[in-house]
Each structure stands twice: as C-alpha cells, then as structure tokens.
Design a protein around this ligand. Structure first.
Ligand SMILES: O=C(O)CCC(=O)C(=O)O
Ligand SMILES: [Fe+2]
Length: 352
C-alpha cells in the first residue's frame, strides 16, 4: 500500500448498558454527514467469540483449489440469513446493532427491516483471476443499484444502513474498505444524480478497477475523469480489527481493495432499511423458505427472538391489525412449544 494512504481509525462505541443507544454522537454525525462510521466495541465477547469459532471451523479450512474459485462477493447462498448457525444469526440481529441502526435512521427498532445478511470470504492473490468481474481490486462504486429499485432519497433523509462486520485485522490480511467522505452539500463527488459508476444507465457492470476505468475512458470519458479527479484521490481506508463495524450507506462512494496475497478476510455484510421503504429489496430468498429445514432452526429463532428482533424480520408488532384473539392463539399454537412468549401480543390486543 502506498505510504501516503489516508486511514480511518475505529472509534469506541458507547459501552453496553449505557443509555441512549450504541453509537456516540460523533459516530452518528459522521455517518449522517460524511457517509460512514467505523466503530469498535459494539459486539460483546459472548456474541463475537462464537461467531469467530464458527468462521474458524467452517471458513478457514478451504483448500487452495476451493479458494481460487472465490472471486466475487457473497457465499453463493450458503451463509445468507437465516443460516441455521445460531452464532451468526444472533449476531445479525444483535440488539446493539439494531439499536445503532435505529439511531442512524432515527426510527424505532420496530420500524427497521433486515434486507441483507451474508457472510463471505475474500482471498489475497497477486493476479485478478476473475477478469472483469473479479472483486480483488474493485472499482469505486455506490451500492444502491442492486439494493433499491429507485435512487437513494435526499442525503438528509437516508432510508437504509449498510454494515460490514470484520473478523480479521487489516494489519494481518490487508483488504481495507476504502470510502470517500462526503464534505457537505456542495461536495462535487456527491452531486446528484449519482450515476457515475459502471452498471448504471447503459454503462456495463464491471467490478475490476483497471478494467472498469479503461472501459469508462473509452465509453464515457467525462465519467472516467470525474472519478479520477473527485473519487480515487480522496479515498480513506478503514483500519479494521476483529469486531470492527463499518456503517455506511447506499449512497456512500466506496470499494474493496486487494488483500495481502495468501491471506483471507471474512466479513458479514448487513443491510437494514426503514419499514416504509419497500422499494429496497431483500437480497435473499426470504426467511420463511428455510422453514422447511428439519432442525426447526428458523422457527426456534423466531420463538426465541425479542419482539423488536421479530419486527426486524417483518413479524407483526404487538398492536398491529393482524392480531386478533384467533391469530394470537394460532401463532401461540405454532411457536409456543418452541418457547415463544405470546403475551406481548395478547396484552396489546386487550389494550392492557
Ligand atoms: O470488500 C469490501 O471491503 C467492500 C465490498 C463492496 O463494497 C462490495 O462488494 O460492494
Ligand atoms: Fe460495495
């Protein structure tokens, strides 16, 4: 990495148990204004350690041949929520994460919805094996095109939070996520509409930085020049450690950068939206589909979850018109044996 690299250092989140949410006022302001916040100390050891153990067991044992096949984002569906791995599914819905999202979206947790949770590995190598689509050295981009059917709304009224949970130390594996801090409403990098990236309009989707910029130089020189002038030179890289969380947005310029050859980085990607923003898609087949699992892992998760966590999965809140005496009894019949306490829904019905 060049000597001159600018870094973002993680800042401590508020300690667990303190009033007023997970993120400090500075972290909230950074996300709202600059488009990102890098935080440490969000997940307690009793959440992080089992996740690290799971990753060690399931993910750090791939053969060189298997590793070579992994050149793109995601887990091919293998580790999307609900994974059936309690260690990971409880992390995705951790109350400290949900509270942080609620702070950033300025909405109660009950009005937050999960739309993405996927664990994935990136491997360091000296060549880019996947050609145009290789994610080793990504082109700078915004994530909104594959999350929302529309365009993100005005900067001041964000409707989604994206999170990368890191399980490694950047000093060990490299591969820092680079972001472009937004500098106020006049920042040319963030002028509207945000279209200056491969995969938007008629520009072909290319992931690899060199290939993408070469293509843009030919096809849309003004976009190439904009990116060369306003985006790449302003990159700052996240100095993550195990348990760091990068909060960013669908309209934050960012990219993945190469890992140290021979190293592996595992991250969990999470996205949450406001309930009302239905044009933001859920990137997975849905939670109920996995209820065909014989181990009842999804049903058990729903039964054990808090009322807020259930809401984040789209389960109706107490007081929702869905609930009647009959539906309360029926849902209790479905989940009661697995440990669900139906009383919050029943109480709301009786107006107690
Ligand atoms: O790998 C990273 O650090 C970022 C990945 C990313 O931005 C993406 O795949 O959209
Ligand atoms: Fe991205």
């Amino acid at each position: 990495m060049p000597e001159t690299m600018a870094w973002i250092d993680p800042q401590p989140a508020r300690p667990q148990g303190t009033k007023g949410g997970t993120l400090s006022p500075e972290q909230q302001a950074s996300w709202r204004q600059a488009g990102y916040a890098l935080a440490d100390g969000i997940l307690p050891a009793e959440c992080l350690d089992p996740a690290l153990q799971l990753i060690q067991r399931e993910f750090r044992t791939l053969s060189g041949e298997e590793q070579a096949k992994v050149t793109d984002f995601g887990s091919d569906g293998r580790m999307v929520f609900p994974t059936g791995h309690e260690a990971l599914d409880t992390l995705s819905l951790h109350p400290r994460i949900l509270a942080a999202v609620a702070q950033l979206l300025e909405t109660p947790i009950r009005d937050v919805r999960l739309t993405q949770a996927d664990l994935w590995s990136k491997f360091g190598r000296s060549d880019s094996q996947g050609g145009l689509y290789d994610n080793t050295d990504q082109r700078i981009h915004v994530d909104y095109p594959n999350h929302t059917l529309t365009h993100p709304p005005a900067w001041e009224t964000p409707e989604a939070v994206e999170i990368i949970v890191y399980f490694d130390a950047v000093e060990e594996c490299g591969g820092a996520t680079a972001v472009i801090p937004r500098e106020g409403p006049e920042d040319p990098a963030y002028a509207w509409p945000m279209m200056a990236t491969p995969g938007l309009g008629t520009l072909p989707w290319i992931n690899d930085r060199e290939s993408a910029e070469r293509d843009l130089a030919e096809r849309a020189p003004e976009i190439h020049d904009f990116r060369a002038e306003h985006l790449y030179p302003r990159e700052r890289r996240a100095r993550f450690g195990p348990g760091s969380l990068l909060f960013y947005r669908h309209d934050t310029w960012h990219r993945g950068t190469p890992l140290t050859p021979g190293k592996q980085r595992v991250v969990q990607n999470l996205t949450f939206r406001k309930a009302e923003s239905e044009w933001i898609s859920t990137l997975h087949p849905g939670w109920a589909w996995k209820m065909y699992r014989r181990d009842l892992s999804v049903e058990s998760l729903i039964a054990r979850a808090s009322v807020d966590q259930r809401c984040v999965l789209g389960f109706p809140a107490p007081g929702h018109p869905y609930w009647t005496a009959a539906t309360v009894a029926a849902v209790e019949a479905r989940y009661g044996a697995l440990g669900m306490d139906i009383s919050p829904y029943r109480r709301a019905l009786s107006g107690a």
